[in-house]
Design a protein around this ligand. Structure first.
Ligand SMILES: [Zn+2]
Length: 535
């Protein structure tokens, strides 16, 4: 810890001491129990907790033990477990190829350097040759009268888009329409058969070299056809922006011109490209079994105990992958042993200091988050308690206590009463609540809360935040560049135990207040997401 951070920490402790009588500010956590859980879950022996792996099963056995110690009741389909079946999809690269054809010549693409086949969305082996059409950000957002597909012939075409959204589209709305399911609905009805997604250089967390390094890691989807969202999507390709100029050869535009506009979130043109894409994708499938964990703390109010507040986190991570500096185990300490540890720690604390909560609480540790929010999608689609009885989801994913907690970023802050309450509780601990300052990162739909939102359940996710332009911003930027989804997200990295403990205090108080409130949380009437609660 630097001297400056120490000074900040001391300053932030002063109000607690002065206002020690205020019930919200006495800390219930010390950071050590949290860290002990993280150390267990992120140990090399758990091999990065990949969905369906022995390592994740060990992590689950440990979590069940913690839930039992905390006196929780099993609330899965099989004890604490809710079994989930997956289809694993893998591209056989030696038998596959991608090429661009145009101006009478064929240019073979390098999977490592140019573009690779996304196994998540390419579910069957396929050979095709299709014309390409550039569609800007590829968004159709009726609420904002945006239709980037309008006037373009997409029938039998593969569309090319750059990730991101125009600046005048509110974050939540933009995030929602960038989910694969929503995106595909519009593209499918326009007749498209495939997608080429160019990463937006202005919003890349992870450098291309590291993304491409793990491209052959198998992907998964839920085996249950109820959850299949991309019917008719034949090929999905992820494109390196550094190689994207080739896609625009012979058109009236260049990629550098597009990227410059996209950087400032300006509107983009749409037009047919002069090259077509030749695909030979060899896909291999197999079944994988895993499970969510569900534990219940029964409420004490005779009526409200039949309602549930969910505290969720994903226990899975990405497992063993390509070596970085000789290390192949992607330990996932912050992503998301850290969040799982909060769930276990809060459960234990509520046993040590019972609060007689009115509503029941579900402690939920999901699988398959790294495969595309799949475990939570399954739980929210097939909950082990009636869906209507779930009043809220408080989700924790990679909350990053790597600097002192002075600012709390609340995803969903402006969307519901739960967001408002999260901000109030945060403030009661002397921490400043803020909405997502980096909408381009799409965080609102990038973790498990989105599975609940989609089923109409008010949700929030909170992360340690920073002021734009502050030194802390660089700490986070570096963390994302060097540790996010890398073997170095392990227990040898610096963390701030006080920051983690304060975070736990805030989560605990939000959970208690939500469980005890007279009324269940509601979406704000003008929130885009209110629609799911009404369907
Ligand atoms: Zn992750």
């Amino acid at each position: 810890m630097s001297r400056k951070q120490l000074a900040v920490l001391i300053l932030s402790i002063v109000p607690t001491v002065l206002w020690g009588q205020s019930p919200g500010s006495a800390s219930q956590f010390d950071g050590n129990s949290w860290w002990a859980h993280v150390k267990f879950l992120a140990d090399d022996s758990l091999e990065g907790r990949d969905t369906g792996s022995e390592g994740l099963r060990k992590a689950q056995a440990y979590a069940v033990e913690q839930f039992q110690k905390a006196g929780l009741e099993p609330a899965g389909a099989n004890g604490f477990y809710q079994p989930v079946s997956f289809t694993q999809l893998e591209v056989n690269e030696p038998k596959s190829s991608l090429a661009l054809v145009g101006g009478g010549k064929t240019t073979k693409l390098s999977f490592a350097d140019d573009a690779f086949i996304s196994s998540r969305s390419t579910r069957e082996s396929i050979k095709l040759n299709a014309p390409l059409v550039f569609i800007g950000y590829g968004l159709k957002i009726p609420e904002k009268n945006l239709d980037e597909l309008a006037g373009l012939d997409l029938k039998g075409r593969v569309v090319v888009y750059i990730s991101g959204s125009p600046a005048d589209i509110p974050t939540a709305l933009a995030s929602h329409y960038q989910t694969v399911g929503e995106r595909w609905k519009a593209l499918k009805s326009a007749g498209a058969i495939g997608i080429v997604s160019i990463l937006n250089p202005a919003a890349m967390d992870v450098p291309w070299t590291r993304i491409a390094l793990n491209r052959n890691h198998p992907s998964m989807d839920l085996a249950d056809p109820q959850f299949f969202e991309t019917e008719g999507l034949k090929i999905a390709v992820l494109y390196n922006p550094a190689s994207a100029e080739a896609l625009f050869a012979g058109s009236a535009h260049t990629f550098s011109e597009i990227a410059t506009l996209a950087k400032d979130r300006k509107p983009l043109p749409g037009f047919p490209l002069s090259v077509s894409l030749v695909v030979n994708a060899a896909i291999e499938k197999k079944n994988v079994e895993s499970a969510n964990l569900v534990a219940k703390l029964p409420g004490s109010d005779s009526a409200l105990k039949n309602e549930y507040v969910v505290l969720s986190a994903h226990l899975d991570h990405v497992g063993i992958g390509a070596p970085v500096n000789g290390d192949r185990i992607y330990n996932g300490a912050m992503d998301n042993a850290a969040g799982s540890a909060v769930v276990m720690d809060v459960a234990a604390q509520l046993k040590a200091h019972p609060e007689k909560l009115k509503r029941s609480v579900l402690f939920l540790l999901v699988t398959g988050e790294e495969k595309g929010l799949l475990g939570s999608k399954y739980f929210a689609g097939r909950p082990t308690v009636p869906l209507q009885s779930i009043v809220a989801d408080i989700n924790i994913d990679m909350f990053l206590p790597i600097v002192p907690l002075k600012i709390m970023k609340i995803l969903g802050l402006d969307e519901s009463d739960l967001g408002t309450r999260a901000a109030e509780v945060t403030q009661s601990f002397g921490v400043k609540p803020i909405a997502d300052p980096e909408p381009l990162r799409n965080a609102f739909v990038r973790s498990d809360q989105y599975s609940f939102i989609h089923q109409g359940v008010p949700s929030v996710a909170m992360d340690v935040g920073f002021e734009l332009g502050s030194p802390e911003q660089k700490v986070f930027k570096d963390w994302l560049t060097y540790r996010y989804h890398a073997p170095s997200d392990d227990v040898n990295q610096p963390v701030d135990l006080q920051s983690a403990a304060l975070y736990e205090d805030i989560v605990r108080k939000l959970l208690i207040e939500t469980a005890d409130a007279a009324a269940r949380p509601e979406w704000k009437p003008d929130s885009f997401f209110a629609r799911y609660a009404m369907k």
